[in-house]
Ligand binder design. Structure first.
Ligand code: PRP
Length: 213
């Protein structure tokens, strides 16, 4: 049986839809349950329901053969996993945003030592360092848009999908760091020991993804 770590929420819902279109019946996954490990023997898959930022860790250590995770999280956590395919959903952008009323239009206009709140401290530090811009990145775990509102930071680095959260909190984008979509990643050893099963899953998923694109 192949084990797949996947985050609950938006990515899981889209992954279930993708699997079902590929002919895998995932009824059990749609039930309201607090169980964290769900085996579906009929399709030979075992789902591990994890927090998004932890998915690459389960895969790197081999606790899960596969993981479904955003490219943004893979880039931030930098775990040693094999990125297999772009699942082409969960599309979002990792951006730098500031309060609209600051009238800043470029990251170069940020004050020296500006504070930047982010759930992506590594990516944010790399981004500003590579541009020679001195800022203090403040790591947060969520609701990053709060930073500028309550005076914690001047700017944020966060993902945006529809743009609604930024807009409703008076923030505007001044740069895009990267685009992200969900990826299927694998443990290096599992790729060798379960090569046939993984290849079959990839081919089934690809037939749907390529049909959609
Ligand atoms: C993400 C992100 C933004 C929001 C953007 O947060 O951090 O807050 O979604 O989506 P939008 O552009 O469609 O409005 P998430 O819902 O993952 O929760 P979090 O803030 O607690 O991390």
């Amino acid at each position: 049986m192949l084990s797949i770590a996947v985050a609950k929420g938006r990515l899981l819902d889209s992954f279930i839809q993708l699997l079902e279109e590929a002919g895998y019946c995932c009824q059990l996954l749609k039930q309201d349950t607090r169980q964290l490990v769900l085996e579906i023997p009929e399709i030979n898959l075992c789902f591990i329901l994890a927090k998004p930022a932890d998915v690459p860790t389960y895969v790197e250590y081999g606790s899960a053969d596969l993981g479904v995770v955003g490219k943004d999280i893979l880039a931030e956590t930098d775990k040693d996993v094999a990125e297999l395919i772009d699942l082409k959903y969960g599309r979002c952008r990792l951006v730098v945003a500031v309060p609209e009323n600051l009238r800043i239009s470029s990251v170069q206009d940020l004050d020296f030592n500006s504070r930047v709140a982010s759930k992506y401290p590594h990516i944010a530090n790399d981004y500003f360092n590579s541009r020679g811009i001195q800022v203090e990145v403040i790591p947060l775990h969520g609701s990053i848009e709060l930073g500028p509102i309550i005076g914690l930071s001047e700017a944020i680095v966060d993902i945006t999908e529809t743009g609604r959260t930024l807009k409703e909190n008076g923030l505007v984008i001044i740069d895009t760091i990267m685009e992200s979509t969900a990826r299927l990643a694998a443990n290096h050893i599992s790729l060798k020991t379960k090569r046939k099963e993984i290849s079959k899953l990839i081919s089934d998923l690809n037939s749907v993804i390529e049909g959609v694109v």
